[in-house]
Design a protein around this ligand. Sequence first.
Ligand code: ADP
Ligand code: MG
Length: 599
Amino acid sequence: MNNRIKVLPDSVANQIAAGEVVQRPASVVKELLENAVDAGATEITLNVKDAGRSLIQVMDNGDGMSEIDARLCMERHATSKIKDVNDIFRISTMGFRGEALASITAVSQSEIKTKTDEDELAIVIKMSGNEVQSQESETGNKGTRISVKNLFFNVPARRNFLKSNNVEYRHILESFQQISLTRPDVAFRMFNNDKEVYRLDKSNLRQRIIQLFGKRFNERLVPIKESLDLVEISGFVGKPDFATAKRGEQFFFVNDRYIRSPYFHHAVMQAYEDLLPGDSYPQYFIYLKVDPAQLDVNIHPTKTEVKFVEEKSIYAVLRTTIRQSLGKFNIAPTLDFERETAFDSPTFDKKRSISIPQITVDKKYNPFKTDTVLVQKSPRSNENLRYAQSLYEHASPEEKKEASLELPDEDNGRPGSKIIQLHNKFILTHLKTGFMVIDQHRAHQRILYDSFVDSNQEQPSQQLLFPTLIELSRADFDLVKEQIEELKSLGFSVEIFGKDSISVNGIPVGCAENEIEPVFMSIIEVLKSEGKKKKNIRDRLAMQLAGNLAIPAGRTLEEKEMVDLVDRLFACEMPFSLPSGKPIVITLPLDDLNKRFQY
Ligand code: ADP
Ligand code: MG
């Protein structure tokens, strides 16, 4: 019998391996840029021609390679990043496999020029596939330049598989963006057919994002930060009202490498729940740091998919961190004359059946007059303002001018000073760079809602001299019986009275006595519609009650009342919208006013 097993020649083996690593020009760009960064370069230039078909060249001022290393680096499994068996661990954590250069050179005509600090001259090696064509010495600076010409010249099947230049070029841009976002402290330049596309100076992350995607990003970015043993999270997310109809700038990095993660994407989208209009996509630039032992990078040949051991916990942390940042920082919609949708509220969950009668409470009731429980100075208020301001701390003075929301100077006091009521419905107050309009009813509703759902806060209950008896249908009676504790937590003290009646002995502060029955009935409506979804019940009850008790539209407010309201609103974690996503605050930046007046 003939031997049928043949050992493939190295050149063929390399071509096969190349198929894994080098799928298209953009993969070459990624590997070469990564190597340049790994070599400690502070300036890196990328040149592409014909969407990378005829040339991909990366030039860096990193450490360079010795002659021996330069010859070796194109061999498979040649890597300087793993020195002994102990380092093998790093293979799976950082993805160093010594495969990229071997794979790239196997399917192209390449040239490496490289020089270390110690060497006098640079080495230049020319290759065609795996064949070394020539090796020379030349003068040159410290660093490495790798030129990859005629990609897939010897693998026509792959070459034919490439998409249009436009598509391939877009992938190259993405690779460039991904790598340059991992290292804002490194200067990057990119040329396409000799035309400069990007010139990214050494800078910080915010500036890098702006350099890549445009100045308009400055006002869009909300910083995120969390530091736990499990994971460290940093970076920026886009304000909800800048979400775009097309899926745009969305980036995850783990330990400074770009990854794709549909799972974590889902966590981000959860954080934006109720804040995004319709089918729109927020921007995000999220950096995760985890113990490398918690990762397995090698599940994907190009290493963009990563498996996390503690995936579920990280999901939860990520979601909460983003949600909180969106609340703390200004996510108020800005009044934008160029967008007709400026006043559109984010979509409401239409599946929710809401059949609750709206009840207007005693119009003469004034929450500020007698009640000292509700009007409490909040330490968080100032903190919130400071948060909002810190948004711009990283910004240069020039950027600061562009920022859409800045709060008034110290000497102008809080944003509550210089305050006007419009149509007994809206509160108008100035910002350092514009003004904001606050819906008085929703503002108060947000404040009350937060205090109702705050489990640390015992709800004050106003005891009634004469308990109110309410007769209920059998079904309603059962519902109430079941939820007596929930009701108590909202400030209703309720007792069973006979077979089908309840006695209301205490009511939430702010509820007028003559409104007890209608308010209570509206609460029962919520119990009816949400009764089975135990999880939501508290939130829905709180929302309903807050809606009932909040200052209605149509009430005239005194200046002091407005100041208090604004103050307490900004003490809330999410002052800019209701849980339903409906806006509470709309800002109008001075810049937009100027534009409007054609300054
Ligand atoms: P890996 O990055 O996984 O080590 P590569 O095939 O990408 O494998 O690179 C092989 C080796 O070549 C690297 O470990 C490094 O020693 C060397 N090398 C590649 N590119 C550069 C560069 N731009 N500057 C200095 N050394 C480089
Ligand atoms: Mg590499």
